[in-house]
Every structure is written in C-alpha cells, then in structure tokens.
Design a protein around this ligand. Structure first.
Ligand SMILES: [Zn+2]
Length: 386
C-alpha cells in the first residue's frame, strides 16, 4: 500500500487458540518479543463447550447454562428418532464415519447452528438426552442464557470481524487479514482450534507441538505486519480455554456401574464424558449403591455441592447431573459416551490441576484482576468500548 494512505486509529484483536495451556507454553519460546505481557489464567471446569461460552460472556457455566454436551431431559430430547438405530449392528453404527455422517444429517434436520456431534451416545438411550449447543456461540443470541460479546458489539454498532469456526485455521487467518487490510473494523476475534486436536493426538510434550507453535508464530507475525500497516495502534491478545494433561490411566467406569445390575432409565441414568461420570437417580437405592461404588474408585472423586458451587457449576435443577464423579488428572474414562478408545492428551479435569491452566499473552499490560478465562470478556468489552 502507499505510505500516504491514512491509517485507521486503533485495532483490538483477540486471538483464541484452543488448548494453548500455560503449561504447554512452559519452556517454549512463543512470541515473547511481540507479546511481552503474559499471564496464567485459571480455567473453567468443563470441556471447551463450557469454557468458550465463558470466554465469550464473562459468565460461569451455571449462568450461561453451557457445559458438557448431553444432559438428561427426555421431555425435550430431539433424539427419539434415533431409537430404531439401536437395532442395527453395532459394528457398523459405532464407526466414527457413520456417526459423523449421522451427526451432519441430524444437525441439518434439527436446524442446529452450533457445533454438533452425536459422539458415542448409545442409540438405545439417546432419547433420554438433550444437547446444549444448538445455536452458534459466535453469533448474537448464541448463548442458552445471558449475552455474549457479539450481542454487545452489535448493540454498540462496533464494526468487527469474527472467524467462522467451521472453517480451517488458514482460511480464518486469510479472512482475518483481509478484513484488517480494509481498515474498517475496530475489533476482531480470531478463532483457531487445531492445536486442541493435535495435542489430544500427540500430547503436549511432542515435537509436533513445537512445530505447531512455530507455525502460529509465523502466521501471527504476518498478521501483526498487516495490522501495523493499516492501524496506528494495534492491541493484540492471545487467549486460550485450557491446557492438556497427558493420559496415563484408563478406567472403565461404565462397566463398573453397569455391574451393579441397576436398571438404566428406571433406577438411574448415567452419561460418561472423557473425564467424568454424571448421574441422575430415580430411587434411593440407586443413589446409595452408585455412591457406594464410586467411593471405592480411587482414580476419581464425587464433587460436593459446595465445590460445584465454587466452580460456578451448580446448575439450576442439577441440569447436568445430580452427582458428578470427576477423574483425577491423567485418568480417562474409556469407553465413554465421547469415544470408544483412549488418546494421548485430555482436558476437562479440575481447574486446580496445572494442566488445566490457560494463557493470556498481550502487547499491552493487563490488570491483576484478570486471572480466570471468563475475564477475557471484560478485556473484550473494554477494548471494544461496549
Ligand atoms: Zn479438546
């Protein structure tokens, strides 16, 4: 561009990198010169489906009502049509490709605009569950309760850019730079999720993680170059939602509970995420026997109501489970309703675990009160002036 073209006054950009944990960055070089202000951020208890809504809204899960994808709610379940699929051979129906295809069909059928995957939920019981991310989180009105940053940006008529989370990182980077080069936006949110998938596969210690960080570094230096060419002032923030623990133990929690011989759907309902079991009880015997069993499993523990309250996960009506059994860091529930097999890296453990910590890197100082991932929302509001 010509040097005579006047620059726009100021751009504030927030770059979200999924699973860029504080401990993932430890001992590695990553944009130290460009982003000298660096902070460890406490994560939110839950998976990205809980963390990302908190970043976008400043709310805790019990407030925005997003947590693990599936929750017991037979009255509102959209999945009753899946029941006949339970009769088909499991060897076909549980293949990843078949379930991916089915997820796409269902997503279209139900008009879901959010991220949707049926995962490994048994077709026999799918009609007992509802799904929490039916809407696009990155659009105004995208949250189950409360407002996200996009509600505020629209109301404040702030010209902004936001990535399409369905697209690849390269395509999101290109769209981001394209909008920056026009010099019209004041605020931008770039979404990059490939680091999470990679770290699940190879673990945080892998040289592949170094390669990926080097790639981000190169890409983001290029972004900064474009931004400085079109804006007088560029305020850049990189944030994440959680880190990645290395899995060392698998526990078949599902089989242990099934071995009690209680009737699923009649005595109790359980759903198994990669790091936790969540239970609903329909009689005292089921509650007592499952509690007794879980207390003998040394690889995890039942979270108290008080602890769930402190974590901001005390949902009205126990929406996501009357009892939550959380595995210790590095222990994975295998099989679970999220997958049949184990994997190298996992997150969704207690926020006290060092591998849960997220990061905030910036080229402007950030206040001491910013220390947990929902606080990224406060930064975004202040930067956008809404
Ligand atoms: Zn993940």
């Amino acid at each position: 561009m010509s040097s005579r073209t006047p620059k726009a006054p100021r751009l504030s950009a927030v770059i979200f990198i999924d699973a860029l944990g504080w401990d993932v960055l430890k001992g590695r070089q990553f944009l130290e010169t460009e982003l000298p202000y660096r902070k460890k951020m406490r994560s939110v208890f839950g998976f990205s489906s809980a963390c990302v809504p908190s970043i976008l809204s400043g709310l805790w899960p019990a407030q925005h009502r997003h947590w693990s994808f599936f929750y017991y709610s037979p009255k509102t379940s959209p999945f009753s049509a899946l029941r006949p699929l339970a009769l088909l051979p499991k060897s076909i129906m549980n293949r990843g490709r078949v379930r991916n295809l089915l997820s796409k069909v269902l997503k279209r059928l139900y008009g879901f605009t959010g991220y949707f995957q049926i995962y490994n939920i048994p077709f026999k019981y799918a009609h007992l569950f509802d799904y929490c991310e039916k809407k696009d989180l990155f659009k105004p009105g995208g949250l189950n309760a409360g407002e996200n940053i996009f509600d505020h940006l629209e109301r404040g008529k702030v010209p902004y850019h936001v990535s399409n989370w369905r697209e690849s990182e390269s395509s999101n980077l290109a769209a981001f730079k394209h909008d920056i080069a026009k010099g019209e936006i004041r605020f931008a949110f770039l979404y990059m999720a490939a680091m999470d998938g990679l770290l699940h596969m190879v673990g945080k210690e892998s040289p592949k993680a170094d390669e990926k960080l080097a790639w981000y570094e190169e890409q983001l230096r290029e972004v900064l170059k474009v931004a400085h060419a079109h804006y007088e002032e560029v305020r850049l923030f990189i944030c994440s939602d959680h880190g990645m623990a290395t899995v060392h133990t698998n526990v078949d929690l599902m089989a242990k509970v099934a071995a009690l011989g209680l009737a699923y759907g009649k005595d109790y309902v359980g759903t198994y995420d990669s790091t936790m079991g969540r239970f609903w009880f329909f009689n005292d015997t089921a509650r007592e026997r499952i509690t007794e069993l879980l207390n003998t499993v040394p690889e995890g523990r039942i979270l108290s109501e008080q602890e769930l309250h402190e974590l901001g996960c005390d949902f009205p009506g126990h929406q996501y489970g009357e009892m939550i059994f959380l595995m210790n860091p590095g222990v994975m529930v295998v099989p679970s309703d999220m997958g049949e097999t184990t994997i190298t890296g996992m997150h969704g453990y207690h926020p006290d675990d060092i591998d849960s910590n997220a990061s905030l890197l910036s080229n402007v100082p950030v206040g001491d009160e910013i220390n947990a991932i929902p606080h990224v929302f406060n930064i975004m509001r202040a930067e956008a002036g809404v």
